[in-house]
Write a protein that binds this ligand. Structure first.
Ligand code: TYM
Length: 337
């Protein structure tokens, strides 16, 4: 248990158990979650209710929930210090999401770029859940009156919507209930791109496994993925301004910088003039060294499903205790008897 005093404020974040956790999740989210738990009371949720907004095979979903828990813990989330649980165990998420469905406006949801990306051309066939997904996300955060939400850059628009919902609720009901949550988007890893296409983010749902480094890839697999990653023919520039207009090159330098807690400028200074064939070797060493302990710990934890289930059960109990007074306050405010 930590003895360091906590800063006032509460952190909430989550990830969908809808496929392989990857380097983008680690650098954009998990790595920062582990850091923030030293200073803040933190809840880290496996958002299984969000996951089913697109089809999930039930047996695979169960395995993926446990795998997500293993990924959080292996990345440094400490269940003794932070609350780790899966969303569907705390009914308050769904209850508050319904109230927010009645607060958020259609026009706001129509602007969400993630819905447009995920629904694609055939949006008539998308689930209604996918459309109202951002309201559930606002409920996740505000159910605990979280003040800080560490995420990758792709979640920025959803967090702006969360603030809009908080503000509208407070103003509609003339009540000062919800805080205006701050996004925490940290460092060079906030937007890790696909290894095959520097204009697309690294994603669980990319059909090409070569586009991402999974947290459970072994050393040979990740070496092959980095070797085959797209780059250009130019050498590394002297500083990061020379990476402009070179998205694939910028991405590889960014991954190195994020893993080593350096800036892109300092990575460029170190490797200035070298070709990407050389740089990729250095990058492979860094990725392998940083990910190996995580991959090993994930594999170890996944052999102990009862241990993981116990942590999730315990986390859900703690989360329910924190959610109860907020939900009661909201229900009173809305006028429920
Ligand atoms: P999800 O499951 O897509 O991703 C989990 C976290 O990983 C970050 N991330 C990335 N960061 C950098 N580069 C990438 N290529 C990359 N891909 C993913 C995401 O930004 C995220 O922080 N809607 C959320 C889950 C969610 C949530 C919440 C988050 C539901 N409720 C409440 C925060 C608070 C999502 O789909 O994340």
């Amino acid at each position: 248990m930590t003895t360091s005093p906590k800063i006032s404020g509460r952190v909430f974040s989550g990830a969908q158990p809808s496929g392989n956790m990857h380097l983008g999740n680690y650098l954009g989210a998990f790595k920062n979650w582990a850091r923030l738990q030293d200073s803040y009371e933190a809840l880290y949720c496996i958002v299984d209710m969000h996951a089913i907004t697109v089809w999930q095979d039930p047996l695979i979903l169960q395995a993926q929930i446990r795998e997500a828990a293993a990924a959080y813990i292996a990345s440094g989330v400490d269940p003794a210090r932070s609350i780790l649980y899966n969303q569907s165990k705390v009914a308050g998420h769904a209850e508050l999401a319904w109230i927010f469905n009645c607060v958020a406006r259609l026009g706001w949801l129509n602007r969400m770029t993630q819905f447009k990306d995920k629904a694609g051309k055939n949006k008539e066939k998308a689930s209604v859940g996918l459309y109202v997904y951002p309201n559930l996300m606002a409920a996740d955060i505000l159910l605990y009156k979280a003040t800080h939400v560490p995420v990758g850059e792709d979640q920025k628009q959803h967090l702006e919507l969360t603030r809009d919902i908080a503000q509208k609720f407070n103003s509609d009901y003339n009540a000062d209930i919800f805080p205006l949550t701050e996004p925490v988007i940290m460092g060079e890893g906030a937007r890790v791109m696909s290894l095959r296409d520097g204009s697309k983010k690294m994603s669980k749902s990319d059909p090409s496994d070569m586009s991402r480094i999974n947290l459970n890839d072994n050393a040979d697999t990740l070496a092959a993925k980095i070797r085959k990653a797209r780059t250009d023919a130019e050498p590394l520039p002297s500083d990061a301004s020379g990476l402009q207009g070179r998205p694939e090159a910028a991405n590889l330098v960014g991954i190195y910088a994020a893993l080593m807690d350096q800036s892109r400028d300092s990575v460029c200074a170190e490797y200035e003039g070298q070709g990407f064939a050389e740089f990729k070797k250095a990058l492979t060493d860094v990725v392998a060294a940083k990910l190996a302990p995580i991959t090993e710990e994930m594999a170890r934890l996944q052999k102990e499903p009862d241990y993981i289930d116990g942590i999730l059960l315990d986390g859900a109990e703690k989360a329910r205790v924190l959610a109860a007074p907020v939900l009661a306050e909201v229900k009173r405010t809305v006028g429920y008897l």
